[in-house]
Design a protein around this ligand. Structure first.
Ligand code: EPU
Length: 325
């Protein structure tokens, strides 16, 4: 592509974004936040990355729909941001509409008559656990230490302590990028280790969850404390994106990386955690370029020493890992 056509392309793209903002802004209530070039790093647990071209915190499903439909109509990419705990934002930012369900309307926790729990996509897993404990509902304890939201946990089928998000799901309410609302039973969904196919091109609005049993709050709390102790002992405190790689079949990525002596390896301020080798921690001023270089080094070592291709678990916002690694 010549320099001139590249500039024209960028101008066209910019015109589309301006048109998008000019079209949607008058349709949004003051409750909805819409911002241009919003810095994303502070909204993530890794604390790296550039701005979102457009950022929105819709207050209602209808406003969310407006944003999706108008972006989709103009061929502008849309990304969901939960608690930002499982992703790396590129240093150059994201040329997309980044939507975050941070408004309180997405944080509902309601115990239904059948004993199920409605959890909004924006509800933090920690709060879900706390509220369920208070209500004497057992089965959500494993989620307590995951620094994510219900929506993100559904998207990734997040897991810890031997449990997976979809273990406790009955149905998911989702909105397609074309703005269509769907209610899906868990049995209709294609869910796997750290993966939910239906949420690749749709947004979870919330889910109906099924507690395992009714129990004394004190008993539930004790189980949470056991998990918390295990986590504090085995996972780092510094900013990170959780585990970087998926565990390969029958093995532990953390143990593999550890056995190769890579703990403490650094690129800039990105470091393989000395506590858990499947975590990369930000020692202060890491960039996403540092993290990507470190990921490449780890993969190369594991490949040459063990013949295993480690696959990232974290998302690289707006890009595909296969294009970068
Ligand atoms: N190990 C090492 N060295 C290390 C790290 C781990 O030898 O540096 C060993 C441990 O001693 C243990 C085994 O490897 O024997 C497995 O380690 P761990 O129990 O920490 O579990 P993991 O498979 O590394 C998974 C999830 C975590 C989740 C924990 C606890 C993945 C990729 N990771 O870690 O999830 O918190 O179990 O249940 O599935 C995440 O998804 O971001 C995440 C942190």
């Amino acid at each position: 592509m010549s320099a001139l056509s590249k500039t024209l392309d960028l101008d066209l793209r910019e015109a589309r974004w301006n048109e998008f903002v000019a079209t949607v802004r008058p349709r949004l209530t003051p409750e909805t936040r819409l911002a241009e070039r919003e810095v994303l790093a502070p909204k993530t647990t890794m604390r790296v990355g550039g701005p979102a071209r457009v950022y929105a915190e819709p207050a209602t499903t209808e406003e969310l729909r407006q944003l999706l439909v108008e972006a989709n109509h103009r061929g502008l990419p849309v990304f969901l941001l939960g608690r930002g705990s499982n992703l790396i934002i590129p240093d150059e930012g994201v040329d997309g509409l980044v939507i975050c369900l941070a408004h309180e309307s997405w944080q509902k926790f309601e115990v239904r008559t059948g004993g199920q729990v409605w959890a909004g996509a924006g509800l933090r897993l920690k709060n879900l656990c706390g509220l369920a404990t208070k209500a004497g509902l057992k089965g959500f304890e494993f989620l307590e230490g995951i620094p994510g939201s219900v929506g993100g946990a559904l998207r990734m089928n997040a897991g810890a302590m031997g449990g997976w998000m979809f273990d406790v799901v009955e149905e998911v309410h989702l909105l397609s990028l074309a703005g269509e609302l769907r209610v899906m039973n868990k049995s209709e969904m294609h869910v796997d280790y750290r993966h939910c196919a239906e949420l690749h091109d749709a947004i979870a609005l919330g889910a109906l969850l099924k507690p395992a049993a009714i129990a004394e709050s004190g008993d539930i709390r004790r189980q949470i404390d056991v998990y918390q102790k295990k986590r504090v002992e085995s996972q780092p405190r510094e900013p990170s994106a959780g585990c970087i790689f998926k565990n390969p079949p029958g093995a532990s990525a953390g143990r593999l990386i550890d056995e190769l002596g890579l703990k403490g390896t650094r690129v800039g301020d990105a470091e393989v955690s000395p506590v858990h080798a499947n975590f990369i921690v930000n020692r202060g001023h890491a960039t996403s370029a540092d993290i990507i270089r470190l990921i490449r080094q780890i993969r190369a070592r594991v490949k040459s020493a063990r013949g295993i291709d480690l696959e990232p678990e974290v998302l690289l916002y707006g890009q595909e890992w296969r294009d970068v690694l």
